[in-house]
Design a protein around this ligand. Structure first.
Ligand code: FAD
Length: 570
């Protein structure tokens, strides 16, 4: 829970004036919900997507309180962090997926699943339009429509080619299970093709040149998997052509893994250099044809073309067409993802009760100090520029509810202890009369980060958001009676029902091949090498969504240790 924040002695004892009335604020009581009527039928919750965000929401939702419907074109959940391992047969595709109906077997009375794709969200009519690929209705097609009281958009993201010519036609992607299976077949195809008679050396070199475009965690992990597959399995099976094999990573930034700590990026680059994986940094791919990848040096502007046998595009995520259409309807144009407020409610969607979680959404950034000024102004009802000690406690509690950074800062400055001491010394009798200078106090807080950082597009964020939203839905009635959130800035008085969403970063891994991995853990702790790979194994085994997949994944790893990877092309 959130402790009562404290204040510094200096700030407490100063008084002065500050001006300014209430400033209109963009976000109103955005997380408010329709009023339930007595004995009313259950509210309809419609969930779009069964990825990390959607399944985490469903797992944590008390489905008996609502009528829940779920739409997804895939009737399974895929454990995406192990997708790169599927590309080379380290784990089998069926080991990393769990059927949705099995996941929610115990809730099957309250949850209805439809295997279909949502192709339009009609925000004004509170309906979604869906299309099934497997069945037809009385109209002779697979289209149907569903309505909702609350919509939870968890549609994830698609690949982003940045409109680079030739990418869609010639590159492989690594986003879905089918993509990983396709890559596995293509890798083997390249080896079989290069082994055919009457193939020139030049052609062999081209066919066995594997290019990964994008040096983020997915591209790096795929390159590492591919390298392991080559050195541990394929060189023994295709000894005649091993000298022609080459792996290249093309990265537009100065370093690969640039979202990680720089020690990890340096460790990965050195390891890849030792392994013979070429890392071309500072190059942007501008064109891909059926046999050439053309890239442009960012520093000198020169274009270079390289022949390739197989290219995997892993250079960023984009917006699904259905999300783009939805954004256009609600006036959120020129964005990559749906903007939500801190309660994960879609902005500009007042009265529509739409929430967005996971990769298709982004919590809008706002300046903390603007919010802080606003909270102070609201508390300073007589416009005197001062607040009593009691008021300042309330204001700080409110700010800490909104911003973990402020709470951390106050704790680190021991403000809490000081405030408690003062409180004890002055006693309750004087509490109301102590006054605090607002401007001085704001100055004291201005050391905190000036921006709320938007959370990255990861499974960790998606599942925390799903969990948070389900908890809000579960305690909707209770929180309407006893709101637990900060003060509303506009759209009515009182408090928000819920505390805002807070992302808790638990660290991230980068497997680098050769039984080595790098990890960035909370508290600026970095770990690299063989022991980190064992940490990776244990974390990913424990994170599996069911005992069935856990057993399958661990037995796949064991099979690979004992027998190597299967190079059959099926
Ligand atoms: P998704 O998990 O993509 O789910 C989207 C869901 O929407 C799917 O069920 C999909 O079938 C469904 N859907 C799509 N279109 C429609 C439609 N029109 N109608 C209805 N349903 C639809 N993150 C980490 O934190 N750690 C990692 O190690 C990691 N590794 C990754 C490795 C790879 C290869 C990839 C691709 C991603 C990785 N990620 C990792 C990122 C992580 O997978 C995503 O951030 C996460 O999947 C986002 O969850 P989501 O629920 O928003 O989207």
């Amino acid at each position: 829970g959130i402790g009562r924040p404290g204040v510094s002695t200096a700030a407490l004892l100063l008084t002065a004036a500050s001006g300014g009335g209430l400033v209109a604020y963009a976000d109103s009581a955005a997380e408010s919900a329709p009023e339930p009527s007595q004995n009313a039928p259950k509210k309809k919750v419609l969930v779009l997507g069964t990825g990390w965000a959607g399944t985490s929401f469903l797992k944590n939702l008390d489905c008996s309180q609502y009528e829940v419907k779920v739409i997804s074109p895939r009737n399974y959940f895929a454990f995406t962090p192990l997708l790169p391992s599927v590309t080379c047969g380290t784990v089998e595709p069926r080991s990393i997926i769990e059927p949705i109906r099995r996941m929610f077997e115990k809730k099957s009375k309250d949850v209805t699943f439809y295997e279909a794709e949502c192709f339009k969200i009609d925000a004004s009519k509170k309906t979604v339009h869906c299309r099934s690929a497997v069945g037809t209705n009385l109209d002779g097609n697979g289209d149907f429509m569903l309505d909702y009281d609350y919509l939870v958009v968890a549609l994830g993201a698609t690949v982003n080619t940045f409109n680079t010519p030739g990418v869609l036609e010639h590159c492989d992607f690594l986003k879905e299970v089918e993509d990983a299976q396709k890559i596995r077949r293509s890798v083997i195809d390249c080896f079989e093709k290069a082994s055919l008679p009457n193939i020139s050396e030049e052609e062999k070199r081209k066919t066995l040149h594997f290019v990964v475009i994008g040096g983020g965690p997915t591209g790096v992990e795929f390159a590492a998997e591919l390298h392991d597959f080559l050195v541990e399995d394929l060189v023994k099976l295709y000894p005649a052509i091993q000298e022609f094999v080459k792996i290249t990573i093309i990265q537009s930034g100065e370093h690969i893994l640039n979202m990680f700590d720089e020690r990890i990026a340096a460790f990965a680059e050195e390891k890849f250099q030792r392994d013979g994986i070429e890392v071309a940094t500072g190059f942007r791919v501008v064109r891909v044809s059926d046999d050439l990848i053309t890239m442009k040096s960012k520093s000198v502007g020169e274009e270079v073309s390289v022949p390739y046998g197989m290219a995997v595009w892993s250079a960023g995520i984009g917006t699904r067409p259905v999300i783009m259409d939805f954004m256009q309807q609600i006036g959120q144009t020129n964005r990559r993802a749906l903007a939500t407020n801190e309660w994960l409610r879609v902005r500009e969607c007042e009265g529509v009760y739409g929430y967005a979680i996971g990769d298709c959404a982004t919590v809008s950034q706002r300046k903390i100090m603007d919010d802080i000024s606003m909270v102070f102004k609201m508390a300073d009802k007589d416009n005197s520029g001062t607040l009593t000690l009691k008021e300042i406690y309330d204001v700080l509690e409110d700010i800490c509810l909104r911003y973990p950074q402020v709470e951390l800062y106050m704790k680190s400055m021991h403000m809490l202890d000081i405030a408690d001491l003062i409180k004890g010394a002055i006693g309750d009798a004087h509490k109301e009369s102590m006054v605090v200078n607002i401007e001085e106090f704001k100055k004291a807080l201005s050391h905190v980060d000036s921006q709320v950082k938007s959370a990255p597009a990861t499974a960790q964020v998606a599942s925390q958001q799903g969990n948070y939203l389900a908890e809000c839905f579960n305690k909707m009635d209770k929180c309407k009676e006893q709101p637990e959130g900060p003060l509303r800035m506009t759209g009515g008085s009182g408090r928000h029902f819920f505390r805002p969403f807070r992302y808790k970063h638990l660290g991230q891994f980068a497997p680098l091949g050769g039984e080595q991995a790098a990890a960035e853990l909370p508290g600026d702790w970095v770990s690299m090498g063989h022991s980190t790979q064992w940490l990776w194994y244990s974390v990913y085994a424990s994170k599996q969504v069911s005992w069935r997949t856990r057993v399958l994944v661990v037995s796949d790893w064991t099979r690979r240790f004992v027998f190597g990877r299967d190079s059959s092309r099926i």
